[in-house]
Design a protein around this ligand. Structure first.
Ligand SMILES: NC(=O)c1ccc[n+]([C@@H]2O[C@H](COP(=O)([O-])OP(=O)(O)OC[C@H]3O[C@@H](n4cnc5c(N)ncnc54)[C@H](OP(=O)(O)O)[C@@H]3O)[C@@H](O)[C@H]2O)c1
Length: 311
């Protein structure tokens, strides 16, 4: 029997791990082995999956037991430390183990960890995802996959991605950095969208039309797109209650986008403006949901950061 493991049960990883655990249960496969730095999240996953999750107390246990290891850590430093250092560096992984990292990191970081993996006789794939936690919960993420060989990718897709947590999988080939370059293009669009929704709602409010009417227009004009979700989060100010996409994560990703743009000589004025607004948000509120960037735009138009009266 093949042992599957999941490392990194954050907002996205938790939802993906739950889909994989449910799939293993349905197929009569062994429980998912789950590790998280904060162990309570792994215990919660075990409970929610109907105990089809074994909580791993240590990364050493994961290294020794797993054949396929999915992971969704936060950033490059965590991937280097946990995947490169504590897993591959431990020398405990079985030969032929497949590691599928889902974090949004720099393509160069993935290439460096993949080279370490090759030296250790294991396979490292990049599988970042497009989609926020609610889409992850519904199994509607868009996974972007690269690295290893076509057969390696096909094997993990067939068993653990297609129809498990992924809707439309985009396979972008053997270059392990390719999925991450595509992910950064995807996040470029998401950030341009967030900035444009924040600016449009602010314009409507400042011009006396009212942000509610702008929101109604967005709902009609851009139905079934993330414009609707982001305008909802900005108007209802749920960014004050729930972090779906953290400011820390958005700042990390804009840095990676600008890093890639600088490497290839692309000018990205929209990303530069968005980065500036994120920095202002960071100074004012610290880490929060990225939709709160609308408050920065409101203040620059002479409006209050929050329009709804807070309790
Ligand atoms: N949220 C989104 O909408 C979204 C969408 C697409 C892609 N992504 C990407 O997916 C990745 C995860 O995002 P997220 O929103 O799920 O982040 P998150 O909620 O902050 O979760 C991060 C995970 O990484 C673990 N971690 C971080 N640093 C670590 C370290 N030094 N050692 C061990 N574990 C560490 C955390 O453990 P603890 O639980 O102990 O903190 C947690 O399990 C990021 O690369 C993000 O850019 C996010």
């Amino acid at each position: 029997m093949v042992q599957i493991a999941y490392i990194g049960l954050g907002k996205i990883g938790y939802e993906i791990a739950l889909h994989i655990a449910n799939k293993l249960k349905k197929d009569g496969e062994p429980p998912l082995l789950a590790y998280n730095r904060t162990i309570s999240k792994a215990q919660e996953l075990a409970e929610q999956s109907g105990q089809h999750v074994t909580v791993a107390d240590t990364l050493q246990q994961v290294a020794q037991e797993a054949d396929v290891i999915f992971s969704c850590l936060f950033d490059d430093a965590a991937v280097q430390a946990i995947i490169g250092g504590q897993l591959i560096g431990s020398g405990l992984l079985k030969k032929g183990t497949v590691i599928v990292e889902q974090a949004t990191i720099a393509p160069e970081t993935a290439a460096a960890v993949a080279a370490q993996a090759t030296q250790a006789g294991v396979i490292y794939l990049s599988c970042p995802v497009m989609g926020a936690p609610p889409r992850a919960r519904q199994g509607l993420l868009i996974p972007l996959l690269s690295g290893g060989t076509a057969a390696d990718r096909q094997n993990v897709r067939r068993h653990y991605i297609d129809g498990v947590f992924g809707k439309t999988v985009l396979d972008v080939g053997d270059d392990v950095g390719a999925a991450l370059r595509l992910k950064l293009c995807g996040n470029y669009f998401v950030f341009a969208l967030i900035e444009s929704v924040a600016e449009g709602l602010t314009l409507g409010e400042a011009a006396g039309v009212g942000q509610e009417n702008v929101k109604a227009l967005v709902d009609t004009l851009f139905a079934n797109t993330p414009f609707v979700d982001y305008s909802q989060r900005m108007v209802d100010e749920s960014y004050n209650d729930q972090v779906k996409f953290s400011l820390d994560g958005a700042q990390k990703d804009t840095q990676h986008i600008m890093g890639l743009a600088n490497q290839v000589g692309a000018d990205l004025p929209l990303t530069k403006v968005f980065q500036k607004h994120l920095a202002t948000l960071q100074n004012q509120r610290g880490n929060s949901d990225v939709a709160a960037v609308v408050g920065v735009l409101r203040e620059s138009a002479g409006l209050p950061f929050d329009l709804k009266k807070q309790d």
